[in-house]
Design a protein around this ligand. Structure first.
Ligand code: SF4
Ligand code: SF4
Length: 342
């Protein structure tokens, strides 16, 4: 069974304990933060179990290669501290259960992975994907399963993720372009943290889009719009790819407004908060986030994950900000889709 690689000695000598010092949901100073992480690592009780709302951010805050959030999740599960009622957890686990109903295209050495996100199937068409789109995978058999860390259930990930890797291995693929941000996080971050072998090179679709847009440079027309970017919780597992947002916006002539809740200080869409911790927390986070977008002059909100767009898209639209997925925005920049009027 895969085992989390977490070294408590790395925490003992940590000069910042940024994992919890920076956590916006837990109020501790450096000494207490370090003490709490060590208590968790040693299997003791901690205030963190009561307050952590599973935002994933400490995975990005820790710059020492330890895995604070994965550890919190492991220990919660060991102690039976579920984050959601058991029926809801079970329902979610059933959604990701492999059913043998997966779809694969004409598989080449490089494939597009839709994970288990039907919204992405229609999006990955046109010039941006013309060479790659025939070679794809879709379904639970290729689903990253990372969502279960929100539910304090790493055992299901440890069981299923090696099976997912085996499914890719059987296809003989060498590179997988992940259109689902969380799938990339799973293959590039979570799997290595658990010592799970990844038999291909995972590629984030931001890297793919950036390269493809450069190839199509002649067709690019600056969009001349003010946008904000809605960062998903999953991108805490691929923070090295976040720079691509700015680079892509520069390439397509979209001005990324500077605002408070961006980059490392981003607020998530609140979808998981509504489900696990109630509407008050979700509303509080969403209201702060949207007011921040408005007060900094954003006219469009660019989404990375379709699930975030499902959660927050209508809410930003009601406030006069146009929701648009990153892929659609790139299609608009090459003239393949009309830009919705402000
Ligand atoms: S998890 Fe990372 S940031 Fe937190 S105390 Fe340990 S080494 Fe430091
Ligand atoms: S996952 Fe988020 S809420 Fe939980 S400890 Fe880490 S930063 Fe705090």
């Amino acid at each position: 069974m895969p085992k989390l690689q977490f070294d408590e000695k790395v925490c003992e000598t940590c000069p910042t304990a940024d994992c919890l010092v920076k956590c916006r949901f837990i109020d501790v100073d450096k000494d207490q933060a370090k003490a709490e992480m060590l208590r968790i690592a040693r299997g003791e009780d901690s205030i963190v179990f009561d307050s952590c709302v599973t935002c994933y951010a400490c995975e990005e805050y820790c710059k020492r290669g330890n895995h604070p959030f994965y550890l919190i999740t492991e220990k919660r599960e060991e102690k039976g501290l579920l984050t959601a009622p058991r029926a809801i957890t079970t329902q979610w686990i059933n959604i990701g259960e492999p059913q043998g109903k997966y779809k694969v295209g004409q598989i080449g050495k490089k494939v597009l992975s839709f994970g288990y996100m039907p919204e992405l199937l229609d999006m990955a068409k046109g010039k941006l994907f013309e060479d790659l789109s025939p070679s794809f995978v879709f379904g639970q058999e290729f689903f990253c399963n990372v969502v279960y860390i929100h539910f304090a259930n790493t055992s299901i990930i440890k069981k299923r993720l090696p099976m997912v890797m085996e499914n890719f291995k059987k296809l003989g693929v060498e590179e997988v372009v992940c259109l689902h941000d969380e799938c990339y996080g799973s293959f590039a971050h979570l799997a290595p943290a658990y010592g799970i072998e990844v038999p291909f090179k995972p590629i984030h679709y931001f890297d793919y889009l950036y390269e493809r847009l450069q190839e199509l440079k002649e067709q690019l027309r600056p969009l001349n719009i003010k946008v904000t970017y809605q960062r998903p919780c999953s991108s805490r597992l691929s923070s090295d790819k976040h720079r691509r947002v700015r680079q892509i916006m520069e390439l397509i002539g979209a001005e990324l407004v500077e605002r408070e809740y961006q980059d490392e200080n981003a607020l998530c869409c609140g979808g998981i908060f509504a489900m696990l911790y109630g509407y008050d927390l979700a509303n509080e986070v969403q209201t702060k986030n949207i007011e921040d977008m408005i007060s900094h002059g954003a006219k469009y909100c660019v989404f990375n994950c379709p699930a975030c767009q499902n959660t927050l898209g209508d809410k930003v639209a009601k406030k006069g900000i146009i929701p648009v997925h990153m892929i659609d925005l790139c299609k608009m920049a090459i003239g393949e889709k009309p830009l919705p009027e402000e």
